[in-house]
Design a protein around this ligand. Structure first.
Ligand code: NAG
Ligand code: NAG
Ligand code: NAG
Length: 236
């Protein structure tokens, strides 16, 4: 009886050792230094147009300053290149510089929100673009709808949800609020919509590694459990 118990505890110890040896190091620490929105968007792989707008409107500098100085943080709804391509040709180029600035600011909330935080938000929600507000509805299970009144879209793909900056993929564009000039404008030279298409990588490298790691680890655990069962079986 005693030896049976001893073996049992030996096996337990083996399992513990195994899982200690296999457990991954603490989650990768976020890189030191200021949070870099454009780096996050570049990694996302399908935001080239929005990135270009962030630079051309100087919003990047303003965002960096706010992230550095404001304790509230920021939430950015980042429209994909596809979202821009669905706009009428020339829409963005026909905006004045000031309207482009507003368009970008319409996609930014002056506060950090995780998806879960939207459960308790009170509408309408002010954006960085002064009077431009959004209605944000928490549907269920981290499913959140954002509406301008004209455009409603679910946001379901967080690129980042870590204070002080949350970034969500947006498949539509909020606005532009006031259509620029007349519908006659169908100029061919639309620098924005001729932006190179950035294909989102089908597989996230980090994710793949993590999955591989789990696979190997659970095989190791399964083996140890198997041995434990067989051992117990022989002893009983
Ligand atoms: C942020 O990242 C982008 C893209 O990786 C880089 O070009 C830019 O210099 C970075 N900005 C800062 C302030 O580190
Ligand atoms: C961040 O703010 C501090 C002061 O609040 C300032 O000294 C520092 O230069 C700022 N850093 C950046 C990258 O703007
Ligand atoms: C959320 O948005 C989707 C797509 O626009 C819509 O079909 C759905 O009814 C919305 N749900 C709520 C609760 O507003």
């Amino acid at each position: 009886m005693a030896s049976k118990l001893q073996v049992f505890f030996l096996v337990l110890a083996a399992i513990a050792t195994q899982s200690l040896a296999q457990s991954p190091a603490a989650p990768a620490p976020s890189p030191p230094g200021p949070v870099n929105l454009t780096a996050i968007l570049e990694k996302g792989g399908q935001f080239t147009t929005f990135i270009r707008l962030l630079y051309s409107t100087q919003a990047v500098n303003q965002i960096a300053n706010q992230l550095n100085s404001s304790r509230d943080g920021l939430t950015v709804f980042a429209p994909t290149d596809n979202a821009f391509q669905n706009l009428k040709t020339g829409t963005i180029n026909d905006l004045t510089q000031q309207q482009q600035v507003e368009l970008v600011q319409y996609h930014i909330l002056p506060k950090f929100y995780t998806l879960a935080n939207f459960q308790t938000i009170s509408n309408p929600v002010r954006t960085q673009a002064g009077d431009f507000v959004l209605t944000i509805t928490y549907v269920a299970n981290n499913q959140v709808n954002v509406s301008t009144g004209m455009v409603e879209t679910p946001i379901n793909n967080p690129l980042r949800q870590e204070s002080p900056l949350a970034v969500y993929q947006l498949d539509k564009i909020f606005g532009p609020k006031a259509p620029a000039s007349s519908p006659a404008s169908s100029g061919k030279s639309d620098g924005v919509s001729s932006a190179p298409k950035a294909e989102a990588p089908a597989v996230d490298d980090a994710g793949k590694n993590i999955n591989g790691g789990y696979g190997v680890r659970s095989m190791g655990m399964a083996f140890v459990f198997g041995v434990a069962l067989v051992t117990m079986g022989f002893l009983s």
